[in-house]
Design a protein around this ligand. Structure first.
Ligand code: NAP
Length: 320
């Protein structure tokens, strides 16, 4: 807990996985004095009130931002422009307006024109999440030791950027600043392309029923496929918007990926074991690097829990 909250009133627009995690973490850390939340549907607003993760739940976006000195928009990227238009006239003098969208160039382009000059607009992206959605899915520790990337426009107020960075640090994140365009190419590589590949692999498994039945796919799902299914279970609306709004960067990296896939395809067809071995050795080193910087668990099977052996099987083997 801090003695003096960084912000007086936090307004959250959208209270799904990310918004509800921010609410829980901000409250746990005493980062703000008060939290006002709103969501699009009455069901979500009702659930947020039941969970008690905000001090007030209000019905409209305009009401939520009244008097708030920090506004964080936590909704799919494609809806951010319309929300900015709606809240623009109601924003308090000097308020910091931010978001959590997984794409930054489009958010900057769609929101900025609707925000008055008296607010500080600093887009952000916490690189943290799960495949679950909605207010029940959030938890206060989601951002701990994860990165939050701020993409302030070139003329952003330095003190406001520092204050927003302090907010994210206080709720556990490591903060980095970069341009929106650079963010979009980096995340296209580290997040958007892997999601697209996971969606494709799981879709392919579902389409090849003549070779492999759906029940076999589920029953024999090996570690690799299970990881793909987890990623491919991510929210369809969020990911539709990510691909539509980071189209150029994703298409550029998909072209590169296609070339690399063709190289591996050729190596398999021509039984070029040396090429395959060299390629897999290079990629193994990247995994080691991720473990070294503490961005994933080094536990076997990616830290998954495993069932205990039945009692009689776990006894040491004996010839008696
Ligand atoms: P979520 O759990 O599905 O919650 C989405 C929230 O946005 C809900 O409150 C929903 O309201 C609201 N919403 C949906 N469509 C809307 C629209 N057209 N207009 C206004 N509100 C709308 O999603 P999330 O995972 O928190 O994602 C929110 C944002 O965080 C997205 O921009 C995403 O790119 C970004 N993000 C996600 C992750 C992740 O792993 N999930 C990680 C980092 C960043 P109702 O419940 O009332 O429908």
């Amino acid at each position: 807990m801090t003695d003096a909250p960084l912000f007086n009133r936090l307004a959250l627009i959208g209270v799904g996985l990310i918004g509800s995690s921010i609410a829980r973490a901000a409250r746990a850390q005493g980062a703000v004095r008060e939290i006002v939340a709103t969501a699009r549907s009455p069901q979500t607003r009702k659930r947020v009130a039941e969970l008690g993760i905000a001090d007030q739940v209000v019905e409209t976006n305009a009401a939520a931002v009244e008097g708030a000195d920090l506004v964080i928009v936590c909704i799919p990227v494609g809806a951010c422009g319309d929300v900015a238009r709606e809240i623009g006239p109601h924003l308090a003098q000097g308020a910091t307006v931010s978001d959590v969208g997984s794409v930054k160039g489009a958010v900057l382009r769609d929101m900025a024109p609707h925000l008055p000059p008296h607010v500080r607009f600093i887009p952000a992206h916490p690189v943290a999440g799960t495949e679950y959605s909605g207010p029940d899915a959030g938890f206060a520790e989601l951002f701990v030791n994860r990165w939050c990337i701020l993409t302030p426009p070139p003329d952003a107020d330095t003190a406001a950027v520092e204050r927003l960075a302090a907010f994210w640090s206080l709720i556990g994140a490591n903060v980095e600043t970069m341009t929106a365009d650079h963010h979009d190419i980096v995340l296209a590589m580290t997040s958007h392309l892997p999601h697209l590949i996971a969606y494709t692999v799981v879709g392919t498994a579902d389409d090849v029923e003549k070779l492999v039945t759906r029940s076999e796919v589920m029953k024999f799902s090996a570690g690799g496929f299970r990881d793909f299914t987890r990623i491919a279970a991510s929210d369809p609306t969020m990911w539709r918007d990510v691909f539509l709004h980071n189209k150029d960067a994703v298409l550029e990296l998909l072209a590169r990926f296609g070339e690399d896939l063709a190289v591996l395809t050729r190596a398999i067809r021509s039984e070029d074991g040396d090429k395959l071995h060299a390629f897999f050795t290079r990629t193994r080193a990247i995994r080691r690097g991720i473990l070294e910087i503490g961005q994933d668990s080094a536990a076997p099977d990616f830290g998954r829990g495993h069932a205990e052996l039945p009692q009689e099987m776990s006894k040491p083997y004996s010839n008696d």
